[in-house]
Structure formats: structure tokens, C-alpha cells
Design a protein. Structure first.
Length: 141
């Protein structure tokens, strides 16, 4: 669904690299609706749930269905099927097999460290250049 929210460029960038962005950056590229500080998150969620609870459930259901049908018309169901197929293929890929082999022999922590060692902190920058140190960590230019 990332393609629909933030477009193909950012969807590819984040999915293909595994890089991460902040909540504020996710808002900026359209991946999420909003970002709130952790200490306000529960109140934000509760407030939204309280507002939704005031609406007739039949109307909520109908409006949700309309939005979902719009996504289906844009190919969302096909995209979800293809994503599931790719996930199955990925579980059979040689790289995945070697990852599982290392995880069984040396533990998950070692397998994750080996997989991630060349990626530094795994961060992407939404605005401006990505300057990295010799370990691949993002630094301020």
C-alpha cells in the first residue's frame, strides 16, 4: 500500500533498502497521515476513536467500503496479491536461506548484524543530501 500513500519513488527507496525515516518525514512524503510525540500518542488515538464512536456504524461501514472500493479500482487487490507472491518467493531466495543458516548456527542477533553491517544506521534523509561517515551512518552535511 506504500505506493498509494507515498508514490513509487519513496516506496521503492524504503522497501528496496530497508532504510528508515522519522515520523515527521513519513508525514512529509505522505506515507502516514500525521506524526505525534510518543507521550501524546495514546491521547491522540483515544480522541480519534471517541470521534469515530459518535458516528452511526452503518455510515462508517458504508464510507469505509467506498474508500476501499476506490483502492480496488486503482489495483490495490492485485498489488496485495503480488506482494504476497513476492513474499513467498523471498522466503525461498538463496540470501534468505543463508540468513536462516547463520541464524540457526550463530543466533538471530549474529544473522541480523551480518545482514545489516554495510548499511550503517539505516536512515534515509527526505530533504537534502545524504552524507555518510565511513560506517554508513547518516551525518549532518
Amino acid at each position: 500500500m506504500w505506493v498509494y500513500h507515498c508514490g513509487p519513488q519513496w516506496a521503492k527507496r524504503l522497501v528496496l533498502t530497508g532504510d528508515t525515516i522519522t515520523g515527521a518525514e513519513a508525514v512529509e512524503i505522505g506515507l502516514v497521515m500525521k506524526s505525534v510525540p510518543a507521550d501524546l500518542l495514546e491521547a491522540e488515538v483515544e480522541g480519534l476513536a471517541d470521534r469515530l464512536a459518535m458516528i452511526d456504524s452503518d455510515l462508517l461501514t458504508a464510507n469505509k467500503r467506498i474508500v476501499n472500493l476506490g483502492l480496488e479500482l486503482m489495483g490495490a487487490r492485485t498489488l496485495q496479491r503480488l506482494a504476497a507472491e513476492n513474499d513467498a518467493r523471498a522466503h525461498l531466495a538463496p540470501g534468505t536461506r543463508s540468513f536462516r543458516k547463520v541464524a540457526r548456527a550463530d543466533g538471530l542477533k549474529a544473522a541480523l548484524a551480518g545482514r545489516d553491517e554495510g548499511f550503517g544506521d539505516g536512515r534515509a534523509r527526505v530533504r537534502g543530501p545524504e552524507v555518510r561517515d565511513d560506517k554508513g551512518n547518516l551525518v549532518d552535511p
